[in-house]
Design a protein around this ligand. Structure first.
Ligand code: FAD
Length: 497
């Protein structure tokens, strides 16, 4: 007994894949989710101020438009409720097995099936194809600072917020100044007695104008679907223009930096603080920060920016390298995720016992980010080099999902045993990709989680979103090897291998 498709993860990618499979008439699929609820990122990140940096019209699926977004940019709860609605509207819930943590994937070339093992005591499952939609930012990570376990106060990670903790009257530290931190700090200064923000690197900050969507606009979107498509399209092409300054280090990058400097100058009067908040790398090299609330919050009387590097965490607080110990009731770690650009999230064994983690030990790579040669019928969402620097992750994900569902539909519809991407097609793709990456901002010299320790970029796509989407528009079978079952081997069928 086996199922046709196993999807790992019930975040945006897993749910989107399920919807598109259903729309193709493929009902024999199961989503395995380790948690007890759908939503992924937006289920986990419920910290105060958690929101998306991409306008909701673009940070949503084109096949599931939502006329009711309350603002240009949505908060985490609204995005989570959008995911819930998709699950309900498309009848996905019966396909989900919660509390199933996939711990191993193993391919059997004799019958072209994957064996899926779980961390819990569930029975193994066999599947014709597997979609690994476990997400790149699913595992919260505490920083590697000495003494982390010595701290006796309260510790909170941004991705595992403790909603029972009362910040009133408390002395709080925020470690990190990335995308989550700049959303948390403005909320915390309103609640805590004092907030100290520990900054390692200043980021480029752009203003975020978040407007409420009026009832009339919503009504237009409800009654004229074309209006929503148009709005999405305008946002899409607007972001494509931004790529010129964010993906590549060009004169447009200087424009992005000038806008950011002007924003800093407008919001921060003190020249010394401005200097501390001025980045020393090209805009786009690390993720751009979108907020109009962060700088004002930093200048509140109960808030202070600390730029001395952290030496260690002590029993009562944080010791910085110049020997000062700052004492706190609570330390908030806005330090991101365990984003491995090498290895794999779970052990994956392919043809002839090949281990994907070993093959990716110096940096992950794939064919168009969605498949790896030697691992037939296995597909990735948000796979290697599919990260957008300037646009919505969902635009990229939708293209992956449509490609994957098309490939799966051909695999199942034709009764093939397996499809495996050709190694030469994969090599060609990656040679070109790495050549193109050399001229991008991410490879321009700053240190970021986009790169491995030796500077290999396994995360970002070096181009416009439209180019990424374009390359996934159709499954080109010339790049794939097709395997048929022994019983179906006719001279003609044998010839397609
Ligand atoms: C705070 C925050 C803000 C963000 N803002 C933006 C933004 O502004 N714009 C943007 O484009 N992107 C943003 N992102 C990126 C965001 O992660 C993606 O846009 C998208 O939500 C990823 O969806 P996903 O389904 O691939 O992964 P996830 O949402 O992470 O879902 C993966 C799911 O897989 C499950 N899972 C993982 N491992 C296993 C396993 N072994 N077995 C079973 N289940 C498993 C997880 O529990 C999770 O439910 C943000 C991310 C974060 C964390």
């Amino acid at each position: 007994m086996h199922i046709s498709v196993a999807i790992i993860g019930a975040g945006f990618a897993g749910i989107g894949t399920a919807i598109r499979l259903k729309e193709r008439g493929i009902e024999d699929f199961t989503i395995f989710e380790r948690d007890a609820r759908v939503g992924g990122t937006w289920r986990d990140n419920t910290y105060p101020g958690a929101a998306c940096d991409i306008p909701s019209r673009l940070y949503s699926y084109s096949f599931a438009p939502n006329p009711d977004w309350s603002h240009t940019y949505s908060r985490s709860e609204e995005i989570l409720s959008y995911i819930d609605t998709m699950v309900e509207d498309h009848g996905i819930e019966p396909h989900i097995r919660f509390g199933h943590t996939v711990s191993d994937l193993r391919y059997d070339a004799s019958d072209g099936l994957w064996t899926i093992t779980f961390a819990e005591a569930h029975r193994t499952v066999r599947a014709r194809s597997v979609v690994l939609a476990s997400g790149p930012l699913a595992n919260a990570s505490f920083p590697d600072i000495p003494g982390l376990d010595d701290y006796r106060g309260h510790k909170i990670h941004s991705a595992r917020w403790d909603h029972d903790y009362d910040f009133t009257g408390k002395k709080v530290a925020v470690v990190g100044t990335g995308a989550s931190a700049v959303q948390i700090v403005p909320e915390l200064v309103d609640r805590a007695a004092s907030v100290k923000v520990f900054q390692r690197t200043a980021g480029w900050v752009l203003p975020r104008m978040n407007a409420r969507t009026g009832e009339t606009t919503k009504q237009i979107y409800r009654s004229v679907p074309g209006a929503q498509r148009l709005a999405r399209s305008l946002w899409f092409w607007g972001h494509e223009t931004v790529a010129l300054g964010v993906v590549w280090n060009t004169p447009f990058t200087r424009i992005v930096e000038a806008i950011s400097r002007l924003h800093l100058r407008t919001q921060v009067a003190d020249p010394w603080l401005r200097r501390q908040l001025t980045p020393d790398f090209a805009a786009g090299c690390k993720r751009l920060l979108m907020t109009s609330d962060y700088y004002p919050a930093l200048q509140r009387p109960n808030c202070k920016l600390v730029t001395w590097p952290i030496a260690r965490i002590a029993e009562r607080g944080i010791r910085t390298v110049e020997g000062v110990e700052h004492q706190f009731d609570c330390i908030v770690f806005a330090t991101g995720f365990d984003v491995s650009t090498t290895g794999t999230p779970i052990p994956v064994t392919g043809v002839d016992g090949r281990e994907l983690a070993a093959e990716w030990s110096r940096g992950a790579y794939a064919y168009r980010s969605i498949a790896v040669s030697g691992y037939p019928n296995l597909f990735f969402t948000f796979g290697p080099n599919s990260g957008p620097g300037h646009s919505s992750a969902l635009v990229y994900m939708e293209a992956q999902i449509d490609y994957i569902t098309d490939a799966v539909a051909q695999l199942l519809g034709n009764g093939w045993k397996a499809i495996d991407v050709r190694a030469d097609a994969q090599d060609r793709y990656n040679r070109d990709l790495q050549r193109r990456l050399t001229s991008t901002t991410w490879n321009s010299g700053c240190q970021s989680w986009y790169l491995t320790e030796d500077g290999f970029n396994a995360t970002m796509f070096p181009g416009f979103a439209s180019q990424y989407v374009g390359q996934l528009r159709r499954v080109d079978l010339r790049d794939w090897r097709i395997f048929v079952h022994e019983s179906a081997r006719t001279p003609a069928a044998a010839a397609i291998q």
